[in-house]
Unconditional design. Structure first.
Length: 250
């Protein structure tokens, strides 16, 4: 068995007839390279609805990746307000099982972009369905420049785990989203916000290691993002050792 902790990463799925006649999975390489550079073994997870518990048996840490899709509003007790949302219900059902199972097992977890939104919703939050139409004087959260460049600044909350990891009060991040979390319950800590008040990062203090990012830290724009993945791998290593020490069930 490899001594490297296994970090599962969820895949996106596309249904684009012009590219392929059947659905196809997608995952940007930098999710995997960021984990590998931090000492983890990345493992892509196809959307097997009945396989979630088996995946959780295999992994020591989990990354719920982002993608160009929206969380169905019925998950947070609302209906479509206006316009149109792009949902991927099969992916969301699968990731919901993974997140709920990871929280129950206390598996180290990082939710990115839509992954953070789903994590927050499953903990009782709601979503801003469309930032430009719902937030007055909002920043451009769907940046036009390449994603390896920063789009705006965020401010970190002192005393949070994120503040400890990044070691600075504010930083420039990329931004590729039109939804955001709101109405957070007390057991979710806001660890970063943008200048327009949009929540940019969260953490779940009741878990050993559970963070959410509205931006995409896998681009490793700054040194703090490298420390984030190193911290995830360290937490996964600790989880792996703890799980190995537990007696086997009969």
């Amino acid at each position: 068995m490899s001594s490297m902790p296994v970090i599962g990463i969820t895949l996106d799925i596309e249904h684009t007839p012009g590219y392929a006649p059947e659905p196809w999975y997608a995952l940007r390489e930098n999710y995997c390279s960021a984990i590998a550079a931090a000492g983890g073994l990345p493992l892509a997870l196809p959307h097997g609805q009945d396989a979630a518990e088996h995946y959780l048996d295999l992994v020591d840490g989990l990354v719920i990746s982002g993608g160009m899709y929206d969380i169905p509003p019925e998950l947070y007790g609302e209906s479509l307000r206006q316009g149109e949302l792009v949902t991927k219900e099969g992916r969301t059902r699968f990731e919901r099982k993974l997140i709920e199972g990871a929280l129950a097992r206390d598996i180290p977890l990082v939710g990115i972009c839509g992954g953070m939104q789903l994590l927050a919703v499953l903990k009782g939050a709601k979503l801003i369905q469309d930032i430009p139409s719902e937030v007055k004087d909002s920043l451009s959260h769907m940046q036009p420049q390449p994603h390896h460049q920063a789009g705006h600044r965020v401010h970190l909350t002192p005393g949070t785990r994120l503040f400890q990891l990044f070691r600075q009060e504010s930083l420039e991040v990329n931004s590729v989203h039109h939804q955001a979390v709101r109405d957070l319950p007390p057991d979710i800590i806001v660890s970063a916000v943008a200048d327009d008040g949009i929540v940019e990062a969260i953490e779940i203090p009741g878990q050993h290691f559970c963070l959410g990012f509205q931006w995409h830290p896998e681009y490793l724009i700054n040194q703090g993002e490298r420390r984030l993945f190193e911290a995830l791998v360290a937490a996964a290593t600790q989880y792996r050792r703890h799980a190995a020490a537990l007696p086997l069930a009969n």
